[in-house]
Design a protein around this ligand. Structure first.
Ligand code: GLC
Length: 811
């Protein structure tokens, strides 16, 4: 694939950008799950430790896309001729002097930015070592001219330090807590806030931020104002432009920066390397880290280690080969990479989101479900963590932060239904049914029924009583089963999966059809889990409840050709043919099928309706038509301009629910076609699409937008990655874990005559060739296991550490 702005490397492991002037910043996440540096093709972006809200280290301005600053910069002054210095920055930003050559590469766990100007080639490799919580810039300078050059180098960052949201609200106050100083002993710049102040909690600041270079320091700058000069930004720093940098070794109660002045001389053809190490750590750890990464051998060694760890994570598991190379590239590399970033950082740190920190409950459930086939240990760890957020009354708290603990705000009503699916997938993948007996604490906090605040509760969340994981799941689902409105459908409250239907049920009357369907699906899954551990009565009870809920759905939600989406507090239907706007919603259709509710006749009608109302050149829209006026009985969904975000965008996460449902019922062509339209590397016009070609967007602007239909938005951290990975591997290629083994049940586009998938499963590896000579969508004629014909499409686990060959003939 060749794109206007860049392309994938031949081995697919890097995305290479040929110009700094992309339609939007295209970013990468450099992270070891604790430290994270977000970086664009021009080195813009910010860093944080453990939580992107409470422990931001570097500043990046939320006007983001428009100018992508500040970042991790290296200013260069070539003073070979002191009367006529050449001044530029190695990463194009922030000085924006046009380079003679530019290339940025985002790889798995690293980013390399290379430029050539004035005969000096600079290459900076940015990465976060897997083993140490800091970030490294490995810089190499080459004099490509025939003359010696004298250079002044100025590596530069701007500190934020502390709580990003407090900083946004109290910009005038927060910098008064700043202390930045040059530490003569370690020749580094250190920075901190005097205390960590977050809402009403004040604690001493636990860490030191540090910035160290392997080159000798001539001068340093710590105060932003003094360094940039009056009315300047980093685009015109007076100290650099005029060559007037003063040695300012401390900053108190002002905006802080870290910048060194280094001098190097490069002979003709000579190469010199140096490193920058920066981060935030407990004081006693700082010195060791600084010293370690001043040694370029360590810089290179840890770079190789980190790269190898990322490659193993990404490459050494599911691997596919299909007629669609773009599909393969996503499934084999970039979707998995995106899925890891979602699992590590949930939905908060990005160039688009509000950065409120923490991890969302349902997002984490879905992320950890979808990574189970490539990293079941991670799923297990997350399941037990998430289960500890369930209260005795069965409600789930909306998420947690690794620095602040369980979230303490009003949740959406759907949290309760998600963890069951994650556990279901985990047990099917690993066979580890014992996890259901794991004892997990219940959360005790001020929320009653997840909704009201208990006036007698004092103190913060605690964990007092405990119960098995199974019991947690049971309480979860029973809560939602009983938390219903007059039709017997679950209340939508403050919103369900769709964050923006946030006013339909605030009087606790409005109901959600989608949530009813999701509950049916989870009840059926829990019934299977109950059966598996010998709890027959429970299994029957859950199935009975699933049946009751399905009947209620059929009774009040079937609208003739599709399912309605819900009912408001005022008893108005939404998502119905009787609505002028918001007539048909994709979720209510997809999840009815996923939950196994509609019969064949209804299923056909649903598919036709989806084709007629929701399909378009850029994929399946969230609903149709968009809301053009504010509707206070629905909420924020009607506030977004038409086609953006939840107001009828092509919301890829939800489109993929439908794609999965289509694959489930054998609609291989329509499903693949819909999938293809969302693929970031298959867009037709990147000036329209604008966002990264290597990771999924949360949504593409929808058809009713007056002029942006097809533009990508909110990339990277979206449930789309997980659902697409599951849809592609488990439903399209159809290799699915089950309690008893691996099920082989592809649903292919009819044009695919031959595909291949390699997969590890319970201690053995399976290499599966699927032949489709007649071009069917679904159906298996013959299966061969290690050359022998077998009469089933269920492969029992071998667990023998060996590779097994499977040949499947469809027809
Ligand atoms: C965002 C949120 C997700 C939510 C969806 C729909 O993707 O991360 O939790 O379900 O929007 O509102």
């Amino acid at each position: 694939m060749s794109l206007k702005y860049g392309c994938f490397s031949d081995d697919g492991k890097e995305f290479i950008m040929k110009t700094p002037l992309l339609p939007r910043p295209w970013i990468n996440y450099l992270t070891n799950e604790r430290y994270c540096a977000i970086i664009s093709q021009c080195a813009g972006g910010y860093s944080f430790y453990l939580d992107c809200r409470t422990d931001r280290i570097l500043r990046w301005l939320p006007e983001g896309w428009h100018f992508d600053r500040p970042g991790r910069y290296l200013y260069i002054r070539d003073i070979t001729n002191p009367k006529k210095p050449y001044i530029w920055s190695a990463t194009y930003q922030p000085l924006r002097v046009e380079p003679d050559y530019f290339q940025a590469r985002h790889g798995l766990g690293y980013t390399v930015i290379e430029s050539l100007y004035n005969g000096i080639r600079v290459k900076i490799t940015y990465y976060v070592p897997d083993i140490d919580d800091c970030e490294i810039w490995w810089v190499s300078l080459v004099n490509q001219t025939k003359k010696p050059h004298k250079l002044e180098l100025y590596p530069y960052v701007e500190w934020l330090i502390g709580d990003y949201h407090m900083e946004l609200r109290y910009r005038n106050i927060m910098n008064l807590y700043n202390r930045v100083w040059f530490d003569a002993e370690t020749q580094s710049i250190f920075a901190k806030k005097t205390a960590f102040w977050q809402d009403l909690n004040i604690q001493p600041f636990k860490y030191i931020c540090f910035f160290a270079s392997s080159l000798p320091v001539k001068k340093c700058a710590t105060r932003k104002n003094a360094f940039l000069g009056k009315y300047n930004t980093e685009e015109k720093p007076e100290s650099i432009i005029k060559g007037s940098m003063k040695d300012i070794t401390f900053c108190s109660g002002e905006d802080g920066i870290a910048c060194f002045q280094h001098r190097v001389e490069l002979k003709a053809g000579e190469t010199k390397e140096f490193s920058i190490c920066l981060g935030q750590l407990e004081a006693e750890k700082v010195k060791r880290i600084i010293n370690k990464y001043r040694d370029l051998e360590n810089v290179k060694k840890e770079f190789q280690n980190t790269k190898a760890i990322w490659e193993k994570r990404i490459l050494d598991n599911i691997w596919v080969k299909t007629p669609d190379k773009d599909f393969d590239l996503l499934v084999n590399i970039w979707l998995k990479y995106q899925l890891y970033i979602c699992n590590f950082w949930s939905r908060s740190p990005s160039y688009y989101h509000e950065g409120s920190g923490g991890r969302g409950y349902r997002d984490s459930c879905q992320d950890s479900e979808s990574i189970v086939s490539i990293n079941p240990e991670l799923t297990r760890k997350r399941i037990l963590k998430i289960a500890s957020l369930i209260r005795q009354d069965g409600t789930s708290c909306p998420g947690w932060s690794d620095t602040l603990g369980p979230h303490q705000f009003r949740p959406n009503k759907d949290h309760q239904v998600w963890l069951t699916s994650t556990v279901y997938a985990y047990v099917k993948e690993t066979g580890d049914k014992e996890i259901l007996n794991e004892v997990v604490p219940y959360l005790k906090d001020k929320w009653v029924g997840g909704w009201r605040v208990d006036p007698h509760f004092s103190g913060g969340p605690t964990h007092e009583e405990e119960g098995s994981l199974f019991e947690h799941l049971e309480k979860n689902l029973l809560f939602t089963f009983n938390d219903v409105g007059k039709r017997g459908l679950p209340l939508i409250g403050h919103a369900d999966w769709n964050d923006a239907i946030d006013a339909a049920g605030i009087k606790l009357k409005g109901e959600s059809v989608w949530l009813a369907e999701a509950l049916v699906r989870s009840l059926k899954q829990l019934a299977e889990l109950a059966q598996l551990i010998g709890k027959k009565d429970k299994a029957e009870e859950f199935l009975e409840k699933a049946k009751i809920m399905s009947e209620r759905i059929e009774k009040c939600a079937w609208d003739g050709d599709w399912y309605v989406r819900g009912f408001t507090d005022y008893d108005e239907v939404y998502g119905s043919k009787n609505n002028e706007e918001g007539k048909i919603f994709i979720n209510a259709q997809a999840w009815a099928i996923l939950a196994g509710i509609p019969d064949e006749g209804k299923t056909k009608k649903i598919v036709n309706a989806v084709k007629k109302y929701l399909d378009g050149p850029h994929g399946l829209a969230l609903f149709y038509p968009a809301y053009s006026k504010f509707n206070p009985h629905l909420g924020r969904i009607s506030m977004f301009s038409e086609g953006t975000k939840e107001n009828a965008a092509v919301f890829c996460h939800a489109s993929t629910f439908m794609i999965t449902a289509l694959l489930k019922i054998g609609e291989g062509d329509f499903a693949y076609e819909s999938m293809r339209k969302l693929m970031p590397n298959k867009q037709k016009d990147y000036d329209l699409y604008k966002t990264e070609p290597y990771v999924y967007a949360e949504y593409l602007v929808g058809p009713q937008h007056p002029y942006l239909y097809g533009e990508g938005a909110f990339t990277w951290i979206t449930g789309t990655s997980g659902w697409t990975f599951m849809a592609a591997t488990e439903w399209l290629l159809g290799i699915r874990h089950d309690f008893e083994g691996l099920i082989i049940d592809p649903c292919l586009p009819s044009g695919w005559k031959k595909t291949f998938i390699r997969r590890h499963f319970r201690g053995a590896t399976y290499e599966i060739e699927i032949e489709n000579p007649q071009g069917v969508n679904k159906g298996i004629k013959e299966v061969y296991l290690d050359g022998r014909k077998i009469e089933t499409n269920l492969i029992k686990p071998h667990s023998d550490g060996k590779i097994h060959q499977i040949r499947v003939i469809m027809g």
